[in-house]
Design a protein around this ligand. Structure first.
Ligand SMILES: Nc1nc2c(ncn2[C@@H]2O[C@H](COP(=O)(O)OP(=O)(O)OP(=O)(O)O)[C@@H](O)[C@H]2O)c(=O)[nH]1
Ligand SMILES: [Mg+2]
Length: 365
């Protein structure tokens, strides 16, 4: 799973990246062209408790890769400039976007526009992405119109279906709306999947507030969220600089620091979890004497998909799955007790996996 960190120059992207990955990439580059990549383990308290219960040799959490991209070049006339091709390719590859927006005011960090205005900046980059997608749609529609009479009948039908979906998307983009706002059905989504549209991806907006604004972070976030009613999107506010500093402390020091600052919420963990949830992913667990492990699958996956995530042999030779909700297993204390209490069930291939299922796959190859 890959999340691209995007935002205008100096918004705090690299600071957020360092926070998430506990990295030390150089910040304050003022629009440098460096790309940073880091893998982050998804914090999951349920997995930690499973590990306490099973005391395995190792614990393997789920992970997400974060890519910190350079800001798109700024244009002088106040309009966004085109995103370079290599960055576009990376963006298209992402499963979700994390859009860092500058909300902190600090004379030591000049803003290209002279003033700090989070809403203006948020809309500006959003518009840039809408325009990138619109360019793709228009080019493709032109080509489809040109090739109207060519090809086999099935190719023509396929082109026609594609044209219908793109004709639906175009007016939305023209009006400035992201594709994620359209309620495309499964078939429509499948038809346009290959384009990897930027505005179709789920987005987590991170408002980077100043050190002095932490107390207002929640109200800042809800103020922007109220004006940002897009589907598959969330808005959070945090101080990237403070989070980065906290990230460099050990757990105990961090806790004291948080209390001193009046930070009630572990916002870093919330960002990681939110970006995971936004991707429409759920976790199931496997647990035994060797390892406890969190696995990632898309919501709606069945027992065979889950087995396949572990190993293709398990999917191929799938017989059945023994399933118990992690909360039940933790409160009952063992698989055997879960079974005695009727909480451990045998499920077949079509069983729809729930977030938090502990699964043991029985198979035969
Ligand atoms: N005061 C203050 N400064 C911050 C905060 N977050 C980031 N900065 C500073 O703002 C500058 C830009 O931060 P970066 O994280 O490098 O921003 P960026 O979006 O990666 O910038 P580019 O990659 O150059 O586009 C750095 O000097 C940071 O130290 C913050 O919450 N408060
Ligand atoms: Mg940077």
């Amino acid at each position: 799973m890959q999340v691209c960190i995007v935002g205008l120059a100096g918004a705090g992207k690299t600071t957020v990246f360092n926070t998430l990955t506990r990295g030390h990439a150089a910040t304050g580059g003022f629009g440098g062209m460096t790309v940073n990549t880091g893998v982050v383990k998804v914090p999951d308290e349920r997995l930690s408790r499973l590990t306490e219960l099973f005391k395995p040799k190792r614990e393997v959490p789920a992970d997400v890769t974060y890519v910190d991209l350079p800001a798109p070049p700024s244009a002088t006339d106040g309009r966004p400039a085109d995103i370079p091709a290599d960055q576009l390719a990376r963006l298209r590859n992402a499963d979700a976007l994390l859009h860092v927006v500058r909300a902190f005011d600090d004379p030591a960090v000049p803003h290209p526009d002279g003033t700090v205005d989070a809403w203006r900046d948020l809309e500006r980059l959003d518009l840039e992405f809408v325009l990138a997608d619109l360019g793709v749609v228009e080019k493709r529609l032109e080509r489809l119109e040109g090739s109207g009479r060519h090809g086999t009948q099935s190719e023509r039908e396929q082109n026609e279906r594609e044209r219908v979906v793109l004709e639906r998307i175009r007016p939305a983009l023209t009006s400035g709306a992201p594709i994620r706002d359209l309620e495309l059905d499964t078939e429509e989504s499948r038809i346009i999947r290959g384009f990897r549209f930027l505005t179709e991806k789920p987005v987590l907006v991170v408002l980077n507030v100043g050190e002095g604004q932490i107390a207002e972070a929640v109200s800042v976030a809800s103020g922007v969220a109220a004006r940002y009613p897009h589907r598959h999107s969330r808005v959070v506010a945090l101080s990237a600089r403070i989070e980065m500093e906290i990230g460099e402390l050990d757990a105990e020091e961090a806790e004291v620091f948080r209390q001193d600052m009046g930070l009630t919420d572990p916002s870093l963990e919330r960002v990681i979890r939110l970006s995971y949830e936004l991707l429409g992913l759920i976790s199931f667990f496997t647990a035994g004497p060797d390892e406890t492990r969190a696995w990632t699958i898309p919501e709606g996956s069945n027992a065979v998909d889950a087995a396949g995530a572990i190993h293709s042999d398990l999917a191929r030779g799938f017989i059945r799955a023994e399933v118990v909700l992690v909360e039940d297993l933790l409160s009952l204390g063992s698989m055997a007790d879960a079974r005695r209490n009727g909480k451990l069930r045998s499920e077949g291939k079509t069983y729809r996996v729930r977030d938090g299922d502990v699964i043991e796959v029985l198979f035969n190859v």
